[in-house]
Design a protein around this ligand. Structure first.
Ligand SMILES: Cc1cc2nc3c(=O)[nH]c(=O)nc-3n(C[C@H](O)[C@H](O)[C@H](O)COP(=O)(O)OP(=O)(O)OC[C@H]3O[C@@H](n4cnc5c(N)ncnc54)[C@H](O)[C@@H]3O)c2cc1C
Length: 475
């Protein structure tokens, strides 16, 4: 409990019955919360003001949301797949909260409709190469939702403040009274929505939860450096429960040479991946790319010398229809007519690479005509090969030989706050009055990140949080 700095201002407002909602963070969750709160306030003619604060400057705010393509796991804008809840539980290794995912499924269509009503168009995008679960996408990605919802929030009366880092919650007699900023200012608040992301930008927390090397995992989106777990610490200081897997993260392999936005490189399942010694270290074809990228990129960062690996393919990679869809790197692969030449170009042990490719090619005994990049094609290498290659096992034999270097980069962390289906932050399983949270800051993910769900859940529960906060003050 921190009483410092509260008092006159808050009490005066309480006397006039002008309440304040403060939303912390201008990503998907925060924007949805601020806008839905302001709409609810307007609809019910409540005497409540809504302020959204962000730690970053106006140009730098928006966190991961402003950077993401924002794929959303929906069969169409008006429905999720019938298996949605089961799929979520499976991804979380059945540790996830079924009611949370059931509400996510139920609220998703109305939330997408609500976003669309604010000027965002949705379409069904092509994915990388392998077909994953169905998805929709806002045209223009997360940046377009960020832009439109920011405009809508301002037009509905939300006050936006930038370069305001929330550092603490002020509470008195069990009621939320304000948000303390890093510069000591107290922003009065009777309800607070925490929507300020995970802790991927906090080197100390990353090291604490992921061990050595956790503090130097590159960020997929540079703006996520502001996501330093502040909201998690603020709520935990009030006794909030934790949720999600604290050593869980979503990460993806990227081409370190590229200057593009999040330059993922996802052709690796169709060849082999080696370390500097030229050795393979995992089953590149264990599943569709969105089923292997998370653990694979973690392994590059935490398990491979130099934290860099090398995807090696041959000329036929460039015959895969639309292969360019599998990489957002603008830099062409290293290329050589001989494996020896390629090894020299990429700084990999040449004899190690030659032996690895020879063993791999000898195990590629299946019919190469079966090769199909769009699905698990069952073209497995012979079982004697270690590690296995379960799909897309085609010999690397036709020059030129190609290589893309890969590093693992983090999108977001899984560990966070426990919330219920009304986005209320829980303490000993009971909601803390006036305190809500949504988006990455909430836990709920275990095992593997469910594909194309992080943005969707940020919007759905952000919208719920805003509505609930307004309802709480209006009741
Ligand atoms: C490259 C990339 C691709 C992705 N693709 C997808 C995808 O296709 N589908 C999907 O579902 N997910 C995807 N994700 C994940 C998804 O984008 C995020 O998980 C989601 O946008 C998080 O939204 P958020 O509102 O919780 O946090 P953010 O969007 O990160 O916003 C957090 C905000 O809080 C602010 N903040 C932080 N600390 C404070 C503080 N102390 N005080 C005030 N403000 C603070 C930050 O400045 C930021 O503006 C991707 C992520 C990346 C990086």
């Amino acid at each position: 409990m921190d009483r410092q700095g509260i008092g006159k201002q808050t009490d005066a407002q309480m006397g006039e019955r002008t309440f304040q909602i403060v939303v912390v963070g201008q990503g998907a969750a925060g924007l949805a919360a601020a806008l839905s709160a302001a709409e609810e306030v307007r609809r019910k003619k409540l005497s409540v003001s809504v302020t959204l604060i962000d730690k970053a400057s106006v140009d730098d705010a928006g966190g991961n949301t402003r950077w993401t393509p924002a794929y959303m796991r929906m069969a169409a804008p008006d429905r999720v797949e019938p298996s949605f809840v089961h799929d979520m539980l499976e991804a979380t290794q059945f540790k996830g909260d079924e009611s949370y995912f059931a509400d996510l499924a139920r609220e998703a269509p109305a939330t997408v409709q609500w976003i669309a009503a604010h000027g965002v168009e949705f379409h069904q995008p092509t994915y990388y190469l392998a077909k994953g679960p169905p998805r929709i996408q806002p045209v223009g990605g997360g940046a377009s939702i960020f832009r439109e919802l920011t405009c809508a929030a301002e037009a509905t009366g939300v006050t936006l403040r930038h370069s305001c880092a929330a550092e603490g919650l002020v509470s008195q007699d069990g009621a939320i009274r304000g948000v303390r900023l890093a510069d000591g200012e107290i922003v009065p608040a009777n309800a607070v929505v925490l929507a300020c992301g995970g802790f991927q930008g906090n080197a100390a927390m990353m090291r604490e939860h992921f061990g050595a090397g956790g503090d130097v995992v590159p960020l997929l989106a540079p703006r996520a450096r502001h996501n330093t777990g502040d909201g998690i610490a603020m709520a935990r200081a009030l006794g909030a429960d934790a949720s999600g897997e604290w050593d869980g993260m979503h990460s993806e392999p990227v081409d370190p040479r590229s200057r593009n936005q999040a330059p993922v490189m996802l052709l690796y399942p169709y060849g082999i991946v080696v370390d500097r010694a030229g050795q393979r270290f995992f089953d590149e074809g264990a599943g569709l790319v969105h089923e292997t990228w998370e653990w694979f990129s973690r392994q590059i960062h935490f398990g491979v010398e130099g934290r860099e690996a090398y995807a090696v393919l041959d000329r036929r990679a460039l015959d895969i229809p639309d292969w360019q869809r599998a990489t957002r790197s603008e830099v062409p692969p290293f290329e050589s007519d001989t494996l020896d030449g390629l090894a020299k170009l990429i700084g990999v042990d040449a004899s190690g690479l030659a032996a690895t490719v020879a063993a791999y090619n000898a195990a590629c005994t299946g019919d190469p005509q079966k090769f199909d990049a769009t699905r698990c094609d069952g073209l497995a290498a012979a079982g004697s090969l270690q590690p296995l290659k379960s799909n897309w096992a085609r010999a690397i034999a036709e020059p030129p030989f190609l290589c893309w270097p890969l590093i693992g980069a983090i999108a977001y962390t899984f560990g966070g706050l426990a919330t219920d289906v009304r986005a209320r932050v829980l303490k000993d399983g009971v909601p803390i009055p006036g305190l809500y949270a949504a988006g990455e800051i909430t836990g709920h993910f275990y095992g593997t990140a469910p594909n194309a769900v992080s943005v969707l859940r940020a919007f759905v529960f952000g919208r719920i949080a805003g509505r609930e906060a307004a309802g709480y003050l209006g009741s």
